[in-house]
Write a protein that binds this ligand. Structure first.
Ligand SMILES: Nc1nc2c(ncn2[C@@H]2O[C@H](COP(=O)(O)OP(=O)(O)OP(=O)(O)O)[C@@H](O)[C@H]2O)c(=O)[nH]1
Ligand SMILES: [Mg+2]
Length: 391
């Protein structure tokens, strides 16, 4: 069941009693915690770290107060079907903005409508484009829906959305690969991307991820362009209580990475994650420097780097595609990390990325905290984006 459909169904005319005081008290936390409020959001969605939705009581028994009017008593005493909501995860909340952008208005369109018509399909198409799914991928999804409708495989609006979810999951799964296990010691990961994409923050979170799974992790401060960049990485090292190679003032990032690789091997580290300076994909000289860095790492340890991860900022939408193409052409990216999905309405960019680049999305960033990096799960992502519930 899709949340935006259920909520609208609960509001069909004649069901006014559902909006009685009893039910509105049940629905109130849902509006906040799901972020389904359709009013425009002007601030990036702050992931509430402490606000966890309270499990709702399965049954609410109304006990009329003596002072209440007879109408109120009648409304409260009438048994109302109360759907118990599962408490929503932090991840669900973090994707509120992307979900709102997609489902806003769809519920209204569905209201009182059972059959699928062109208006509905056009609205779905518009929503996909607005979510930055991209023209080509949107066309492919809508064509697939049309085909299934004409073959009578889809008969009602709910089936339409179920099929759309499946198609979206498939498109993401097509390019996914299992993450390489860090079997080499050290398993070296070089992280690259344009300025401000979230590389250093992601490295801090990635280190946490590996540490949580019992690996010995070291960081290399390969961004020697800014002294502050080294300090920022050292702070992440302290947070994770892991060593960082590189100190402010060093000029040559290649030598930092070489030293870090040697040190990681000498200290039996499982994973070494290297930061690099932000660079525009159009800056030829800096892209050449990145190639040189990779060559140096490959000379430091045979088979290294084992991964070259490109960090992309989801909020820049379709521009991410161009960046990814150029970085991939230059250094052969092995996987992607898409950041800032918590603050963007452009959650559809992942579909364009998967379709056009055929590169696996390894992780997504959904906040600035250490635990706000998630291994990418296509189904979980689509469920959260399309407001698919109880699955
Ligand atoms: N909301 C949100 N903010 C993020 C996320 N990832 C990174 N940021 C923020 O994005 C900003 C830039 O992050 P950095 O990690 O410094 O980016 P960078 O790519 O290393 O930047 P340069 O080193 O300057 O190229 C910081 O304010 C981060 O907190 C994310 O997933 N969600
Ligand atoms: Mg950085």
């Amino acid at each position: 069941m899709f949340g935006f459909l259920r909520r609208k169904k609960n509001q069909v005319p004649g069901d006014a009693a559902i909006e009685s005081p009893v039910d509105s008290s049940v629905d109130a936390p849902e509006v906040d915690t799901l972020g389904t409020d359709t009013s425009p959001i002007t601030e990036p969605v702050e992931a509430p770290s402490t606000i966890e939705p309270e499990p709702l009581p399965a049954v609410i028994t109304a006990e009329p107060e003596p002072a209440q009017t007879s109408t109120q008593i009648a409304i409260q005493s009438a048994p109302q079907p109360v759907t118990q909501e599962k408490p929503k995860s932090r991840f669900w909340q973090q994707l509120a903005r992307a979900r709102n952008n997609f489902t806003e208005g769809l519920g209204d369109l569905f209201l009182g409508k059972k059959a699928i018509d062109d208006e509905l399909l056009e609205e779905v198409e518009t929503r996909l484009i607005m979510a930055d799914v991209g023209q080509a991928t949107t066309r492919a999804l809508i064509d697939a829906l049309h085909q299934q409708i004409s073959r009578k495989q889809i008969n009602d609006t709910e089936a339409l959305f179920e099929t759309l979810s499946q198609l979206m999951i498939e498109r993401l799964e097509r390019v996914q690969k299992p993450r390489p296990a860090p079997t080499e010691q050290p398993h070296i990961i070089v992280v690259c991307g344009i300025n401000g994409a979230g590389k250093t923050t992601t490295i801090g979170k990635l280190a946490h991820h590996y540490k949580q799974s019992g690996h010995k992790v070291m960081l290399a401060a390969g961004d020697t362009f800014r002294a502050a960049a080294v300090e920022q990485l050292i702070t992440w090292g302290e947070r994770n209580q892991i060593p960082v190679i590189g100190e402010p003032g060093r000029q040559d990032s290649a030598s930092v990475l070489f030293d870090a690789a040697q040190s990681a091997r000498a200290r039996n580290m499982d994973v070494l994650i290297a930061d690099t300076a932000g660079r525009l994909h159009t800056q030829g000289g800096l892209m050449d420097e990145l190639k040189k860095l990779i060559r140096v790492v490959s000379k430091s340890i045979p088979g290294a780097p084992h991964e070259i991860l490109l960090v992309l900022d989801a909020s820049i939408g379709q521009n991410a595609l161009n960046q990814a193409r150029q970085f991939h052409e230059a250094v052969g990216v092995t996987g992607l990390i898409v950041t800032k999905l918590d603050g963007t309405a452009k959650g559809g960019i992942l579909f364009a990325i998967a379709d056009e680049l055929k590169l696996p999305i390894d992780f997504i960033g959904v906040g600035e905290q250490i635990a706000d990096l998630r291994p990418f799960d296509p189904k979980g992502y689509v469920d959260a984006l399309l407001d698919r519930e109880d699955i």
